[in-house]
Design a protein around this ligand. Structure first.
Ligand SMILES: NC(=O)c1ccc[n+]([C@@H]2O[C@H](COP(=O)([O-])OP(=O)(O)OC[C@H]3O[C@@H](n4cnc5c(N)ncnc54)[C@H](O)[C@@H]3O)[C@@H](O)[C@H]2O)c1
Length: 357
């Protein structure tokens, strides 16, 4: 088992990464606490049971909620369901919420913890590859508003994260690809050596090889930990983590949230951001070829052939930024492992970069 330390201005906490790590030894500091466990309904039955038994054994008071994870359910209604349990059962300020699930369950449980009695502690047990390398690190918590994703939220760091690869066994292939998109992103913005390692091991990772996944997850969390430790509230370099996401969010809307999953949209967005990096920062052709080859290897043939009306995508990007009160910035690469924020980019350059070739 590996322990990665996250040190932010508001809190320092460990992320434990390993296989079969959800046991009492790793939860000592929470014994005799009041615990509410929020569980994703798709967690494999025996693992659900294991978490239920372990947490009910160590707690002074225990309740659980099993929720269906969907973007529609990442709502104020579900938030109220969690708060209702806490209030009806008189949970105190000293209680602790546990989330066992993907990014949706982690985000909503984190936000419930951020808002109950002005903030209580929480622990994350992320259960998808994407939530293990991304959503569980850095303290962003949120719910959706009918007008937009993650519009209501708070920065609230967990007390601990338990990242157990055993949970990944029940994931579908597409979910492994989604997580790999974010892992590749971490390498591209910060670590050339890791990028090379990913090139060499991508086939094993696509097959969800345990040992390789463990290595990729740890490295990826280390990169995100370094970034969020320097910039907890996204005033500067934390924005690098949005590489591919300006295009990606627009691609998700373009496909009505049905044609492309988040990870697929981000992967395609990274191909476009790579084109733009060539135009604006002279990213070298040889590096572009390597980046595109690695990203294409995690996409299906059908996705690689996707076509977009560039002007429609640009309009969606501008609308998204306006809604969130941001400027239209792009994270671009000057080389593999070297990212920077670029603004004031000509619309014609953005349009030219909207192609997957
Ligand atoms: N807080 C952050 O920094 C951050 C970062 C990235 C993404 N997110 C958020 O995370 C969400 C996406 O996360 P996600 O990709 O984990 O999606 P998700 O939470 O929607 O999970 C995807 C699907 O997998 C199921 N699932 C979860 N664990 C499983 C398991 N072990 N086996 C089988 N099925 C399982 C879920 O029930 C769901 O149907 C989005 O809402 C996004 O906004 C947050």
């Amino acid at each position: 088992m590996k322990e990665i330390k996250i040190n932010t201005e508001s809190r320092n906490y460990p992320v434990l990464v390993g296989t079969d790590i959800l046991n009492e030894n790793n939860l000592n500091e929470f014994s005799n606490k009041e615990i509410l466990l929020v569980i994703d309904s798709k967690i494999e039955e025996s693992l659900k049971k294991e978490a239920q038994i372990t947490l009910s054994n160590i707690s002074s008071k225990y309740s659980e909620l099993i929720l269906e994870a969907s973007e529609e359910n990442k709502s104020s209604t579900t938030l109220s369901i969690i708060h209702d349990v806490l209030i009806e059962q008189s949970y105190s300020r000293d209680c602790i919420l546990f989330a066992l699930g993907g990014g949706i369950i982690c985000d909503i449980t984190g936000f419930a913890a951020a808002t109950y009695l002005r903030g209580v502690d929480f622990v994350l047990i992320p259960s998808t590859l994407l939530s293990q390398v991304d959503a569980s690190v850095g303290g962003k918590t949120a719910i959706n508003h009918p007008k937009g994703k993650n519009m209501i939220g708070a920065f609230h760091q967990p007390s601990k994260v338990l990242t157990d690869t055993k949970l990944l066994k029940s994931l579908e292939k597409v979910q492994i690809r989604e997580g790999l998109a974010e892992i590749i992103k971490h390498a591209l913005i910060k670590d050339k050596t890791f990028f090379k390692w990913l090139e060499e091991n991508i086939e094993d990772l696509l097959e969800a090889n345990d040992e390789k996944l463990l290595e990729a997850i740890s490295k990826s969390i280390e990169i995100k930990a370094e970034v969020v430790s320097k910039d907890e509230t996204e005033q500067g370099i934390r924005k690098w983590l949005n590489f591919g996401h300006t295009f990606g969010h627009a691609i998700e809307v373009y496909g009505n949230y049905k044609r492309f999953s988040h990870g697929e949209a981000v992967a395609i967005g990274m191909l476009m951001a790579t084109n733009l990096s060539h135009k604006i920062l002279n990213l070298e052709k040889a590096e572009i070829d390597k980046i595109k080859c690695l990203i294409r290897s995690i996409l299906t043939d059908e996705l690689v052939k996707s076509e977009f009306q560039p002007i429609d995508l640009v309009k969606l990007m501008s609308a998204d930024k306006k809604k969130k009160g941001d400027n239209l910035n792009f994270i671009l690469l000057s080389s593999i492992g070297e990212a920077q924020i670029s603004s004031d980019i000509q619309e014609s350059d953005i349009i030219d970069s909207i192609k997957l070739t």
